[in-house]
Write a protein that binds this ligand. Structure first.
Ligand code: AMP
Length: 319
């Protein structure tokens, strides 16, 4: 009976004895001293008041926060995992904010997957999840108008009127509820981070904004909740956007920003399924387009592309 497996069996025995001799005591020590949050069950709140009551029982300096609009993917997950590593209490909001949608059709079709989101967040180690109704976040209509100078007048701000005002409304409201010490945002929405930083400075908030790198699919496409809305042929075309951005970094060595802009636009549109809404090489702090590569210490190439019905954005560091 053992003849066929005897080799394996013999090899297994030393492994098991090593496991029990050396690893088992380690596991006991580990589980005794593991942080409490490791064993905590995730709690989902629909009520702002109840979340606030739960947060009043934790140490404020240990609160990390990840705002999202749900339909979560590995990009969101990377933010939550980073927050998990850097905080005692991890709060995630899942809220499709109507005030940041300038296109009502876009809002209507935005993907919503609350059950799958809850599973993802549990796995990623969130402690508290806020999944509120619109009335819960906006008991009264939010009429605040922010002024971010030139930061939100270009790119996404110029092509999606009112978008960043809505982002500032919801993020300031969420910061007010959660009062995080640290908040995590993806570089996928590069201009959004600049807007949030400007908002934090204007409102004199003490939250630290943590920028997290873009998570991409194997084909290079930046993960986005909107990717699942692409039809098969536009989904197949979409990786060409990042492939072009990568080549743009090389090309920037032999051409100025204006020439690079023309090159990127023509190159992306070599695929007839993709239409460039804008491409700009911008100062990574001010979001203003540069005229020469010496204009700013860090320069980011930012692009928005229409792929059929779906609008995709991406960016890359040029300098
Ligand atoms: P959203 O749900 O689209 O509002 O995104 C919530 C947060 O996740 C924002 O800070 C985004 O920048 C971030 N995020 C979205 N996609 C990615 C990605 N592919 N990689 C890293 N962060 C991302």
């Amino acid at each position: 009976m053992f003849s066929k497996d005897s080799t394996n069996t013999r090899h297994l025995h030393p492994d098991f004895s090593l496991f029990f001799t050396f690893r088992f005591p380690f596991l006991i020590i580990f589980s005794t001293f593991a942080p409490q949050s490791f064993h905590k069950e995730m709690k989902i709140f629909t009520s702002v008041k109840e979340l606030r009551a739960a947060l009043d029982r934790v140490e404020p300096s240990g609160i990390g926060f990840v705002p999202t609009m749900g339909a979560l993917h590995a990009g969101h997950r990377s933010l939550v995992e980073r927050a998990r590593r850097e905080n005692d209490t991890v709060v995630v909001s899942v809220f499709v904010n109507p005030t940041q949608f300038n296109d009502k059709n876009d809002l209507k079709h935005y993907p919503r997957t609350p059950e799958a989101d809850a599973r993802t967040l549990e796995e990623a180690g969130a402690d508290f999840v806020l999944m509120p109704s619109v009335e819960e976040i906006y008991p009264e209509p939010d009429t605040r108008v922010f002024d971010f100078g030139q930061i939100d007048k270009v790119m996404e701000g110029a092509t999606r009127p009112g978008h960043f005002n809505g982002v500032a409304q919801v993020v300031s409201r969420l910061f007010d509820i959660v009062r995080p010490a640290r908040a995590y945002f993806g570089e996928k929405d590069f201009q959004q981070i600049a807007v949030i930083r400007a908002m934090v400075a204007q409102l004199n908030l003490s939250v630290r904004i943590v920028e997290c790198p873009i998570v991409r699919g194997e084909d290079g496409l930046a993960l986005s909740s909107r990717n699942q809305l692409l039809d098969a042929e536009h989904r197949a075309a979409a990786p060409h956007i990042y492939a072009t951005l990568r080549r743009a970094v090389e090309r920037s060595r032999e051409m100025d920003p204006a020439a690079l802009k023309a090159w990127v636009t023509a190159e992306v549109e070599r695929n007839p399924l993709l239409k460039v809404i804008y491409y700009q090489s911008v100062d990574a702090l001010t979001m203003q387009e540069v005229a020469s590569w010496e204009d700013a210490p860090r320069i980011q190439g930012c692009i928005a592309v229409q792929a059929g019905e779906i609008r995709l954005i991406d960016n890359i560091r040029i300098r």
